[in-house]
Design a protein around this ligand. Structure first.
Ligand SMILES: Cc1ncc(C[n+]2csc(CCOP(=O)(O)OP(=O)(O)O)c2C)c(N)n1
Length: 563
């Protein structure tokens, strides 16, 4: 290709990477690229969000359901800084994303020019890699590297900042070669057979082995290998919030959720197992509770792609580094077929206690205000476990993840590591574009919904058929719960006087209704699901419901409380 502008080179780089959708917002420093997007609209669809944060979360939702790299684009200065929350979210949740930002012309750099901000400096701690392009000749190589880095090994966000003069500059020659490796970056560590053998020996000799799995199983497309591994080994397995949906909720060896609001059995028995097998997870503090008392009695095997995770939080006896799809496949012939019947039933017995004390009361509630669990029950009853759940952050997130039934992988999209309120609405929109065939249901608190409420405009403009459930308790519920339990009920700035959500939705021309009585809940959910196109359902829930079980912050997982 000859005599094309840097801006056109950006478009051809994206086309070469198979990108056909961008989420973004224009402005002065990125206008040459937008001008090319106008000309190339038959090849790349640009979705205009209402705030750049929405572009990043939409790109994240898209990446998680499609398995591709999500791409967000913005202008310099405030456009770029508005991306930062989503970038940090993608970094901690290992989401493959490329962000493109415009920048002032190279000769203005450092002069405090209009809308100049050092986005490279700002984004360095929250990106897997970033780079500022000041010459059009760099574009092909840098884009190729950016996509390779974003999706290879442990995925993550990359930011490319392009000065305006580089976008205008005419390139005599443009040639695009996809990146296959980078000398200074080992994306996937080599598998060490010795550790595989040691891991298999520990697994074959353990009396009370326990698997804790995370998103690595999903990111590595290793769901089948994982299933084969647990089916053959007969080992009970529990999930982190990002690992959820990798295997079916009803699998007999799926013993539930780990961590602060996880299930009773897996939390308690973490401190009783003799072998802890961590697979594609990073021992987040919300999962481990107090590290000094976490699984001290157990040997630990860690299947992991990122060497930096080994021994980071929990001391590991056998690190099995590598792509989990390959390591699980390789270990399968080395392990014996077993069933750990008595051990598995211990999990079930403890989870039964939780059922009687917590679940039954919430899920099958009969009087008082509507519980969050009842809403999820109605969703479960009307969707066959095949829809995609997108949650925001707070009580509703914990409840939705605890109770939703899943039969398919890549079905749970949430902000796990950063806990970003405002994530769900744009992420749901992106998730639906990433997998158009499946129903996408966003469950959002009244607080978080108002953080990115303006993305209703994006949903309307694109007629994206997401179903939005607002669980309205007129509180910043999760913070209120902590105030109740740990700050003697001093509800400092957590009560919310909310707008009329139905009117707002209708103002954006999105059909909406409100349910505040139990008898109308199921028909409300049915109506929402039946509706062709986007729909918002506000459900007024019990005002001061608490999420249990709970491992109090800083406590041992074994001190999980049911009330
Ligand atoms: C951007 C951001 N600000 C603040 C918080 C702290 N925070 C965590 S949960 C929560 C309350 C969320 O309230 P709501 O969205 O109504 O959901 P609920 O807990 O009631 O289900 C807050 C304020 C956060 N996670 N993210």
């Amino acid at each position: 290709m000859k005599n094309i502008s840097g801006a056109e080179a950006v478009i051809w780089s994206l086309i070469n990477e198979g990108v056909d959708i961008l989420f973004g917002y224009p402005g002065g420093a990125i206008m040459p690229v937008y001008d090319e997007l106008y000309k190339f609209e038959d090849k790349i669809n640009h979705i205009l969000v209402r705030h750049e944060q929405g572009a990043t979360h939409a790109a994240q939702g898209y990446a998680r359901t499609s398995g591709k790299v999500g791409v967000a684009i913005a202008t310099s200065g405030p456009g770029a800084t508005n991306l930062v929350t989503g970038i940090a979210d993608a970094q901690i949740d290992s989401t493959p994303m490329v962000c493109i930002t415009g920048q002032v012309a190279s000769y203005l750099l450092g002069s405090d020019a209009f809308q100049e901000t050092d986005i490279i400096g700002i984004s360095t701690p929250v990106t897997k890699w970033n780079y500022q392009i000041t010459k059009a000749s760099e574009i092909a190589e840098i884009f190729a590297k950016a996509f390779y880095i974003a999706k290879s090994g442990r995925p993550g966000p990359v930011l490319i900042d392009i000065t305006k003069d580089a976008q205008f500059e005419i390139l005599e020659k443009f040639e695009y070669n996809k990146c296959k490796q980078i000398r200074s970056y080992v994306s996937v560590p080599l598998i060490n057979e010795k550790y595989l053998t040691s891991a298999a020996n520990l697994i074959n000799n353990a009396q009370k082995p326990f698997i804790v799995w995370g998103q690595g199983v999903i990111l590595g497309n290793a769901e089948n290998e994982f299933l084969n591994f647990i089916n053959k080994s007969g080992i009970p397995a529990a999930w982190t919030i990002l690992g959820l949906s990798a295997i079916s909720t009803d699998h007999p060896l799926n013993v539930g959720m780990l961590g602060m609001h996880g299930n009773y059995g897996p939390n308690k028995l973490t401190n009783e197992c003799d072998l802890l097998i961590a697979i594609g997870m990073r021992f987040d503090d919300r999962v481990t509770g107090d590290l000094k008392t976490y699984a001290k009695q157990a040997k630990v095997i860690h299947f992991e792609i990122d060497p930096a995770e080994i021994n980071k939080n929990v001391k590991v006896d056998v690190p099995v580094l590598g792509n989990v799809k390959k390591t699980l496949k390789k270990i399968l012939p080395l392990i014996k077929k077993k069933s750990h019947k008595n051990w598995v039933s211990k999990f079930r017995k403890l989870n039964d206690i939780e059922f009687n004390k917590v679940i039954d009361k919430e899920y099958n509630k009969k009087d008082g205000g509507i519980s969050m669990a009842e809403v999820i029950k109605s969703v479960n009853n009307n969707t066959n476990g095949e829809s995609i759940l997108v949650t925001d952050v707070g009580q509703h997130q914990m409840v939705a993840c605890r109770y939703t039934k899943f039969n398919l992988s890549k079905s749970n999209i949430t902000s796990g590591g950063l806990g970003t309120m405002g994530f769900a609405l744009p992420a749901a929109f992106g998730a639906k574009i990433g997998d158009k065939k499946r129903e996408v249901i966003a469950v959002i608190g009244d607080g978080g919904f108002q953080m990115t409420i303006q993305e209703l405009g994006t949903i309307y403009q694109n007629n994206t058929a997401v179903k939005i459930i607002i669980l309205n308790n007129n509180f910043l519920g999760m913070v209120r719960q902590w105030q109740q339990l740990f700050f003697e009920k001093r509800y400092a700035s957590t009560e919310m006087i909310n707008p009329d959500f139905v009117a707002i939705s209708k103002g954006y021309f999105i059909e909406a209704s409100k349910v505040d009585k139990r008898k109308d809940l199921d028909s409300g959910i049915k109506k929402m699901l039946k509706h062709d196109g986007p729909y918002l359902l506000e459900v007024v829930i019990e005002k001061e419901e608490n999420v249990f079980p709970m491992v109090p912050s800083g406590s041992s997982v074994a001190d999980i409380r049911l009330e």
